[in-house]
Structures are given as C-alpha cells and as structure tokens.
Design a protein around this ligand. Sequence first.
Ligand SMILES: [Zn+2]
Length: 272
Amino acid sequence: MPPARAALYGATAVALATTGYSLAVRPVPFGWAACALFGYIALRLAGVLVLRLRMYADTVVRGPRGARGVALTFDDGPHPVWTLRVLELLANHRAVATFFVTGHKVEAYPHVLRAILDAGHGVGLHSYAHDRLFALRSERRVRQDLERGVAAIERVAGERPTFFRPPIGHTNPTIARVADEMDLVVVGWSVAGLDGLASARPAAVASRVRRGLSDGAIVLLHDAPERGDREPAAIRALPEILEAVHARRLETVPLDRLVEAAGVQPSRSAKP
Ligand SMILES: [Zn+2]
C-alpha cells in the first residue's frame, strides 16, 4: 500500500477514535482538536493535488525496478500543428510515445488522432473538457466527462483507451472510483518537463527532463497548450531530449510496457 494511503487510513482511524473519545468520555482541548482537523484536511488535500502520492488511486508514476525504457507522454492535444510536429520529431528519432488526448480536441481534429495511431503511438484519455476544477465536480459530472472522452477516442480509434491522466493531475476518491469502474488505469509521471507554462524555455525543459532520464521514467510533456495555439516549449526541447535518450543508451517504450511491468490492473483503486 502506498505510504500516503496508509497515512490517510491511520489518520482517519485516529480522527474517529478521538471524536468518539470526545463524545463519550471527555472533550479534547479545543487547540488540539483544531490542529488535528487542520492536519487532516492538509493531508487529504495533498492527496488530491499530488498524484504521485497515490493516496486515492493506484496511479502508475514510473516503471518498477528493473523495467527497461523511458515512456514519453504528451498531454493536452491533439493539435493540428504541434502534434504533427511532435510526430515528425519522434519519427526522425524512431521514438515512440503515448498521447493523453482531450475528448473535445479529438472531436475537433480526429485526423490528428488518426495520425498518432497510424504512426504506432499509444493513446490515453486526459478527460473530455480538461476542466481545471475536475476534482471539485460531482460523481455524475466526472462520469459524464470521462464517458464522453472515452467515446470520442473510441469513435476514431475503434477501441477504448486503457490509460487516464486526470486534468492538471488532481485526483480524489470520486475520480479514482469512476476511473476504476470504467477500467481506466490512472497514470502520472516521474519527470515533469513543466513545458506547459507560458514562461517555459525549451532549454530549461530539456535540461530538466535530461536530469530525470533513466529506465522506468515516465516523462510528462505537452504537444499542445491547454487552450489556444501557443507553441508548447516541448516542441523545441524534444530534439535535445531524444538525443539524450539515445546518448544514454536508453530507449523509448510504449507506456503499456511500463504499466504491465508494474503489474497494475484496472479495478484496484483505493476506496476510502
Ligand atoms: Zn493537461
């Protein structure tokens, strides 16, 4: 069990026991209770914001020890210009990647998704609408969004995606449960290029990713801006990243390879 999830279960048990003690025996001092409540809320919030803590879902954030290869992943596409440029760069380096696409862009640019698939790359779901407040939405709304996103991919690809990366990486028990029921494996990353920011510089993105390159790494980059048409910094950083992969005698592998090696299957998320 991930340590953060064990901490959540432990903290929940202590909170329930303390509440019971306060009601049945004698109230704990107010200062203590306030501190404990604040700590509990902070713990749960960290679980929502930091996907790699794996507090709510069995998120794959890197391949297991002994896994070979680096999985490059691109979020927020497809985009009619930048995704095609990424495909060209990957082809030049004989590299493979996985694209976490948003359903509404798949509907707008189905030919770009087809190009991704035709080039032999993987596809995962990055929600339909890329709602920044996804972690605050009701279960009904989360389910509707994910089902719409899955359907958009299925219409073009002919099959349902297996992987899901939540918008801006936020998870909670609702998102974990719905993803689980839809047989989607939640995937995070071990290396973030931080290339999606408007201020990101390609050289800084490349050196950040280079530092994290090792067997089993899952690299997060963007083949499109979240909104609009700005060129993501990853486009100019990618040649240097691909050269670094080659220079270190690493190889790019499909995400499936690392997920299979990690032994994570759908239907195993936590249900706190
Ligand atoms: Zn995104």
